[in-house]
Design a protein around this ligand. Sequence first.
Ligand code: SF4
Length: 214
Amino acid sequence: MCEKDLASTFYNKHTLRISRLNKLMNIHAYSISKVNGPGNRFVLWTQGCSKGCSECFNPLTWSFKENILLTPEQIFELIKNSDIDGVTITGGDPLEQEDILSLLMLISTLDLRKGVILFTGYSIDEINKDFLLRKSLSYIDVLIDGRYEKDKKISSGLRGSENQNILYFSDKIKPDEIMIDQEIEVGMRDDKIYVTGFPNISRKILRELGVIIK
Ligand code: SF4
């Protein structure tokens, strides 16, 4: 199987189960945050990732079991009605959601000052070999690509490991805005403490302490 077919099969295999749900997107969580990119941001964590990176920062997002099911239009309404400068979409792997393109196209109509940042476990080479994945690049401002490689872990900026690339598709976000300190936000929901952001402390230890990491 050529790499193009492989990428498409990879994509289709793990999105078919979502398409059976009438193009609902499977969402892990969403929140407003100041530590997931520049400005006040709407952060969307998608549910489902097939990559299986060792020591993944958020294995709770791996399962494709239905969690919060929303259409792209419903998510867009939430975003549109929020006081934000930009949107960050992460996971899980957002590019394993069948209707991510519809959502990105809707968000682009808002022309947000601090744009759209998207994290994916696919490498840019894999994305460029698949028509639908490549098309999504037209509607984002910054892409952070690639699997998390624990032996290349880094402790500054939004990347998790050195192999990942930060790719800019507009000038809405400057490189120094991505190289932010690894800050965190701590909150409480349903009697559970959760942390979002890029903590410069062991996520494994946080999990052992019962802290939910988004
Ligand atoms: S691609 Fe991201 S969410 Fe998926 S396993 Fe790797 S680090 Fe975890």
